[in-house]
Design a binder for this molecule. Structure first.
Ligand SMILES: Nc1nc2c(ncn2[C@@H]2O[C@H](COP(=O)(O)OP(=O)(O)OP(=O)(O)O)[C@@H](O)[C@H]2O)c(=O)[nH]1
Ligand SMILES: [Mg+2]
Length: 324
């Protein structure tokens, strides 16, 4: 069974496959449309084929350096083959993409055994931080953990109410500060509340930041400092919430946040929209940041653990005509 067929088989058993596929429609169209015309009368890795492959990877937001690496790996894999056919080449292409993602292992998410696990959610405006905060709260609550959220976005009017509404609906406590209050002091309140009430997972929603480096650095650094003082080892996780539809700009955001604070992982939101997905490969390749979850909608249940097989299948579906 080919590599691609195995992916397809695994994918066919996933319950979210329709949502995954709809989110990748743009990518698929590009990759499939451009490449499948080479299927008949395939002449191997010609310059024309490689150029189209490069263009379609770029159109999927894979980024130049990562696309280059995928192409190099593909060339290497086909070097010893005598006239590989189209399906074989596509199979090796998908394999190359998988190996690229797997070049560094994704650490599993560990919770603080000795007390509360503090998770800080950061990202640019509108990326989905508050919604994801609610989704994560639901996930951990459903797993039987004692969960609370902290509304540390005191910057945007209405932000606190937005998180409070989610918390009410999920029936979990929300620690909130008044508008314009120092977000770090709200975080301190949140940590203290967690300690006093035996909270196991404390999810901290922060204000959307423009990509303004100086501000970002100082405020995030302060947040870290104050949390550290309250709970040992905190923040245990700092996750960047990235809107998957923003394309290559996501790469710039990830780099900037990585420089400003020690990110431990990523959550890609809006993968149900017109995401092109390649950004995941680009970020993993250059920053070695694991993608832990993906957002597939606006509701609290629309969060899924990132699944490499489904992701790769959704990105490449349709390139091979008969992968069965
Ligand atoms: N389709 C879709 N929409 C999403 C997803 N996640 C968030 N949204 C929507 O994106 C918009 C912004 O989400 P928020 O959670 O408010 O984003 P934020 O990062 O907290 O925004 P700021 O606090 O203003 O920086 C809202 O309309 C959400 O419903 C997702 O996975 N899929
Ligand atoms: Mg918000």
């Amino acid at each position: 069974m080919s590599f691609f067929s195995k992916l397809k088989e695994q994918f066919s058993r996933k319950e979210d496959r329709d949502k995954y596929l709809s989110g990748f429609s743009k990518t698929k169209e590009s990759l499939a449309r451009k490449l499948s015309r080479f299927a008949f009368g395939f002449k191997g890795l010609t310059d024309e084929f490689l150029e189209e492959l490069m263009i379609s990877l770029l159109e999927s937001d894979v980024g130049v350096e990562t696309a280059d690496r995928i192409l190099e790996s593909l060339k290497e894999k086909t070097r010893s083959l005598d006239h590989p056919d189209y399906d074989t080449v596509i199979d090796l292409l998908v394999e190359s993409m998988m190996e690229l993602y797997q070049q560094t292992e994704d650490p599993v998410i560990t919770l603080n055994e000795e007390g509360c696990t503090v998770i800080l959610l950061v990202g640019v405006n509108g990326s989905g931080k508050t919604t994801t905060c609610a989704k994560l709260a639901k996930k951990y609550r459903d797993e039987g953990k004692k969960v609370a959220v902290v509304a540390a976005d005191t910057f945007r009017a209405g932000a606190v109410d937005q998180l409070k509404r989610w918390a009410d609906r999920l029936m979990i406590p929300c620690v909130a500060g008044k508008e314009k209050r120092d977000p770090s002091s709200v975080l301190v309140d949140g940590c203290r509340y967690a300690k006093e009430n035996g909270i196991e997972v404390l999810l901290c929603d922060t204000a959307g930041r423009l990509q303004n480096k100086a501000n970002l650095m100082s405020e995030l650094a302060k947040m870290r400092r104050v949390i550290q003082k309250e709970i040992k080892g905190a923040p245990h996780h700092v996750w960047l919430i990235l809107d998957a539809t923003t394309g290559q700009n996501g790469m710039t955001q990830a780099r900037l946040f990585q420089e400003s604070t020690q990110l431990t992982g990523l959550i890609l939101t809006k993968m149900d929209g017109t995401a092109r997905g390649g950004i995941i490969l680009a970020i993993k390749d250059s920053l070695h940041l694991p993608v832990y979850f993906i957002g597939l909608g606006e509701h609290e249940e629309d969060l899924r653990p990132f699944d490499l097989e489904s992701y790769l299948y959704s990105m490449t579906e349709g390139i091979v005509h008969d992968a069965g």
